[in-house]
Design a protein around this ligand. Sequence first.
Ligand SMILES: *[C@@H]1O[C@H](CO)[C@@H](O)[C@H](O)[C@H]1NC(C)=O
Ligand SMILES: *[C@@H]1O[C@H](CO)[C@@H](O)[C@H](O)[C@H]1NC(C)=O
Ligand SMILES: *[C@@H]1O[C@H](CO)[C@@H](O)[C@H](O)[C@H]1NC(C)=O
Ligand SMILES: *[C@@H]1O[C@H](CO)[C@@H](O)[C@H](O)[C@H]1NC(C)=O
Ligand SMILES: *[C@@H]1O[C@H](CO)[C@@H](O)[C@H](O)[C@H]1NC(C)=O
Length: 339
Amino acid sequence: MNMHKIILLTAVCISLINFIQGGDNTEISIVPILGPFDLAEGPHWDENSNILYFVDIHQQKLYSWDSETNELTYTFIKYGPVSVAVPIDGKENSYVVGSGTNLVEIYWNRHFNDTDPDVEIIRTVDSTRLYNRFNDGKVDPKGRFWAGTMAEHGNEYPPNQASLYKFDSDAKRSTMISPVSISNGLVWNHANDTFYYIDSPQKKVFVFDYDNESGNISNQRTLFDFVKYNITGVPDGMTIDSTGNLWVADNLGNGKVLQIDPSSGELLRIVDMPVTHVSSLAFGGPNKDILYVTSAREGLEDEIKNQPYAGFVFAIYGLGVTGSPMLSYKLEDDIVFNK
Ligand SMILES: *[C@@H]1O[C@H](CO)[C@@H](O)[C@H](O)[C@H]1NC(C)=O
Ligand SMILES: *[C@@H]1O[C@H](CO)[C@@H](O)[C@H](O)[C@H]1NC(C)=O
Ligand SMILES: *[C@@H]1O[C@H](CO)[C@@H](O)[C@H](O)[C@H]1NC(C)=O
Ligand SMILES: *[C@@H]1O[C@H](CO)[C@@H](O)[C@H](O)[C@H]1NC(C)=O
Ligand SMILES: *[C@@H]1O[C@H](CO)[C@@H](O)[C@H](O)[C@H]1NC(C)=O
């Protein structure tokens, strides 16, 4: 679909789609802004450039969307499914990307579509795990990059094959949690002493103590249990708002976005999405008051009539909350990459 059609569609949808839930949700509107993609994931708002980055995993593409000019571009990364990408701090046109089981650095001028950008492998993980690939990742308060893996064999997800890793500024790797099944979530609180994490099939949001200096995590507890709240899907992507509440994508169920108070573990709000496969979310916009939500079309081929916006990236307006900054990876210049 070209941009012209997308803009037209967007205009139509602003009037069509206005899911009202009562209470706090009376003023919200949910607008499909870009798409469809097969499996859009990993939204990252870069506040320095006002760019929304996201990936289309199996298409092996990283997208850049300029919210001011509406410019949408992509790059293709050849090392396998592209699950996460964030800018490298202080280095123009450079990104760290999870592609297959490789953590890579790419050089891409986002004003051009580039199917063959310069790519260097920083580290390879899980090399003995045939079906593994990187999944979600985020940068911690000290600028280290955390990303976990998952096993994916066709439509099957063999459990307990994967791990969560931390990469320091010299790209030194530490294993933080192992084994996990489908590594997701990844949020730090504003006091920088707590880490929130999701292993999707466990249907729980976990909380750990976090040591800002060393990056160590300890004392795992359950913060929120989908089953206890009768939520039918699984937790996927997660983000935090400026008041410290968590926002979680409820994937594969009825298609919801949940707001959770981490101090009490209570469910504060449910936003119903017009699609069931809600994959991840991030606050963005110049005031960080728009919640961008990614979704999937993969696996919904027979459902498109009922879910015409499956695979779109949505913007949710009017939630009355703002997000906090998403950080770039602080990677030293002179490190030796190993193949
Ligand atoms: C880049 O690709 C996007 C998405 O497929 C397309 O909308 C856009 O027109 C392309 N831009 C250029 C400069 O080719
Ligand atoms: C937590 O880390 C962020 C990012 O480095 C920093 O901006 C913030 O000031 C830190 N918060 C506290 C309470 O130190
Ligand atoms: C955590 O580390 C970051 C970066 O060094 C620093 O800005 C922040 O103040 C630290 N936060 C705490 C609570 O120590
Ligand atoms: C962090 O964990 C590493 C590896 O387990 C350990 O060597 C180190 O002492 C820990 N640091 C702190 C401050 O707990
Ligand atoms: C979940 O469903 C059960 C059975 O219908 C009900 O008893 C329980 O109150 C529900 N729990 C919540 C938190 O809604």
